[in-house]
Write a protein that binds this ligand. Sequence first.
Ligand code: HEM
Length: 182
Amino acid sequence: MYGVINKSLRDMVIEQFGEAKWSEVLQRSGVPDDSFLAMQSYDDDITYKLAQACADEMQIDLGDALRAFGVHWVENTVAKQYETLMRAAGSDMLGFLGNLNNLHDRISSTFLDYRPPAFEIQDGDGDDVKILYLSERVGLTPFVEGLLRGLADRFNQQMEIIEIAPQKVAKGEQTLFTVRMA
Ligand code: HEM
């Protein structure tokens, strides 16, 4: 994944636990160095190894580490570095989610050959909304959970995740989130 993602993970650890902890994480991951360039694409394996090393170092599940990272990505990284793009994509949670594929599309001229996810928003019962997450990758559903929580905070939207249903796919990952918005 692009370096901006790996840098964000590093920033999260440093902000929350300090430089020394990050050195431990890096060493544990086996990733040789952390001089990531934001606009360069790196092997996905690097991101996965760093996330797993974070979880191991903090003695938490990988899922919990990815959820925390999702929140951090929305509340820190994109809020600081991509606020203009974020604002242009919507001022409420549902409107924003409906524009997210466009947002990822628009930056495909900057992030060449990148492989962003896709989201489909469907009506659910009553206040429920169904959000289908489609990725070429496997294992990032907890990251999306954190992203949704971060977005709910950003838009002051009461939101409860009612169900997270993995779907069978031949390649990559698809997950149907049912969320209740008050
Ligand atoms: C302006 C803000 C954003 C920028 C610049 C951005 C950019 C990126 C980039 C560069 C990647 C890496 C893909 C690759 O290297 O192949 C990525 C992945 C991803 N983005 Fe965004 N993104 C933004 C906002 C969001 C938001 C708000 C969400 C919330 C749902 C989101 C969901 C994801 C997910 C889930 C991935 C992981 C890739 C996968 O699932 O396969 N992004 N994004």
